[in-house]
Design a protein around this ligand. Structure first.
Ligand SMILES: [Zn+2]
Length: 548
């Protein structure tokens, strides 16, 4: 998802301010954010989420049949479901199991013997009136609205809050259901539900005046991506001849918006085209690609990207980069679809590493422009986004506590990647690295260390101090310099002690590389008073300390 202003950042339930980062980690945060013994012993394989949605009562009731494989000696099994939703009962082979509640974590006591390596399943029965989204998608839950014809228009959004805000699941990003999910949603018969993956069947229930839509995802899916979207939808679609064959692209929009959508959604194909070039094949051909209109801004729900940007270019009609380039595309289509590669294909193992989702996707907006317009357009856009950087708290959050880092994971993270591209100084190698990440970590959860190590190894450059500076420290490094009597001296300040990033500078009109450290370093020079400037594509500050 995308955040833009400090006001919005402040409203983020999951985004750390300096104060929040120092708040002691609560018991509930540890249960939610760490790989507890009650999670570690089993590997999630599949969800069959089956719910009835009642727009009049604003309730959701149903079951989640969860399959899992035993990895080690079985213990109690932990799942989450947030109040006011109620976990009514849990059954296995017809037996009702004892469940202990601790906040919104539930510990299920298993009775049948569990053999290591074997697959089991249990059924969670649940229901209630889930939290109504206060400020979706940032402070999410369920949005219950009506369209302009007075018909229900309903959607889930829960990235920060967690999927357990409306259905019971293993609410931690490290474990995705390897075999995907089946999502069955029963709605009033005049409405349509669109969830993730492909529609494999619709059951009619004439007596209840309802229909059940069955959506199947066969790839691993992050649980915050699983969504329901209900409305008076109309459908149109197209196919794209992409790197892995024919990609089905389907669009679901409110009846009255069909004409507008047919124009605006042309950006979907342009997006897939640009990102297949930069990142490799769309990661979920089997599950198709969809854009679905929703009553909030948008979200990267896997294989069913949700859209609420008002059929306008830019971010609700605005250019976040203030360069003009941001109005060349629909921000939500490009940004949220970019997440299919970074967030859905490659997922963070801990939300502290959410920069892996947002920094690359922020950066992808510039790559979209580069592909369709020019390299200069992409660079200008990325530099323009610097105005939205705070440099107050680190990008990486707190591990094992369900705490993501600062909102700088967007614009600063994107600029860090743009800076690293300058250091790599080889565009085809840089593209190979971006494609390689998506190939070698395909459908996996990863850590920051894995991404850092991969980029350093493939570029054959030790980027560790660069990542440490931009991800683990909040400061913007400053290149201090002065020129005196045929000598130029440079050093990094406002940086970690080990910071030694190479940078391209221009001395008297000639571009050259230097590798300053945090100690003064002399650059040989033959001219008495040469001009000195720093390449603008590096996100750093610079200062002539003599004020010349
Ligand atoms: Zn995003």
């Amino acid at each position: 998802m995308k955040i833009i202003t400090s006001i919005v950042v402040a409203a983020l339930a999951w985004c750390c301010t300096a104060d929040a980062a120092q708040t002691p980690i609560s018991h509930q945060e540890t249960l939610r954010g760490s790989i507890t013994p009650e999670r570690a012993w089993w590997d999630l394989r599949h969800y069959h989420l089956s719910v009835n949605v009642d727009p009049a009562k604003k309730t959701i009731n149903g079951t989640n049949v969860m399959k899992y494989v035993v990895l080690s000696e079985s213990k109690r099994l932990q799942v989450e479901l947030q109040a006011p939703m109620i976990l009514d009962k849990v059954t296995q082979d017809g037996q009702t199991l004892v469940v202990e509640q601790d906040g919104y974590s539930y510990f299920i006591k298993l009775t049948k013997p569990h053999i290591i390596g074997r697959e089991y399943q249990l059924t969670m029965h649940f229901g209630g009136a889930p939290q109504v989204a206060k400020n979706p998608p940032w402070d999410g839950g369920i949005t219950w609205q009506e369209d302009s014809n007075g018909l229900p228009f309903i959607a889930s959004s829960n990235q920060g809050n967690g999927a357990s805000i409306w259905w019971p699941n293993k609410d931690h990003p490290y474990d995705e259901p390897n075999d995907g999910a089946l999502i069955s949603v029963e709605v009033p018969e005049h409405l349509t539900d669109v969830s993730n993956g492909r529609l494999i069947g619709v059951d009619k229930h004439p007596k209840r005046h309802t229909k059940t839509f069955h959506w199947q995802v066969i790839n691993p899916i992050n649980n915050y991506g699983i969504s329901l979207n209900i409305g008076d939808y109309v459908h149109f679609g197209e196919q794209y001849q992409g790197e892995s064959g024919l990609l089905d692209m389907d669009y679901y929009v409110l009846r009255d918006n069909l004409a507008k959508a047919k124009v605006q959604f042309k950006d979907a194909k342009r997006t897939i085209q640009a990102f297949e070039h930069w990142f490799g094949p769309y990661p979920f051909y089997e599950d198709s690609f969809k854009l679905i209109e929703v009553p909030y801004l948008g979200m990267e729900h896997q294989s069913s990207v949700t859209y609420g940007n008002g059929y306008k270019n830019g971010y609700k009609g605005r250019d976040l980069s203030q360069t003009g380039w941001g109005l060349k595309f629909d921000f939500i289509i490009v940004h949220e679809s970019g997440h299919e590669w970074f967030a859905n294909n490659i997922t963070d193992k801990d939300v502290a590493d959410m920069w892996i989702h947002e920094s690359f996707t922020n950066y992808s907006e510039g790559l979209f422009l580069e592909y369709h317009y020019s390299k200069a357009a992409g660079s200008e856009y990325i530099r323009g986004m610097r105005a939205g950087i705070s440099n107050k708290t680190p990008i990486i959050g707190t591990y094992d506590a369900n705490r993501s880092g600062s909102g700088d994971m967007y614009n600063k993270g994107g600029n860090m990647l743009h800076t690293i591209r300058q250091i790599v100084d080889n565009d085809s190698l840089w593209r190979d690295i971006l494609r390689g990440l998506n190939r070698d970590f395909r459908h996996q959860v990863v850590t920051t260390e894995q991404i850092e190590g991969y980029i350093s190894k493939k570029s054959n450059k030790d980027l560790s101090s660069v990542f440490d500076q931009y991800l683990r420290d909040h400061r913007l490094p400053m290149l201090e310099y002065f020129v005196k009597d045929k000598v130029i001296k440079v050093r990094w300040s406002n940086a970690i002690d080990s910071f030694a990033m190479p940078i391209k500078v221009t001395i008297d009109g000639i571009a050259r590389w230097i590798t300053p450290t945090t100690g003064w370093q002399t650059i040989k020079n033959d001219i008495t008073n040469p001009s000195f400037s720093v390449n603008k594509d590096f996100y750093v500050a610079s200062l002539n300390i003599l004020g010349q």
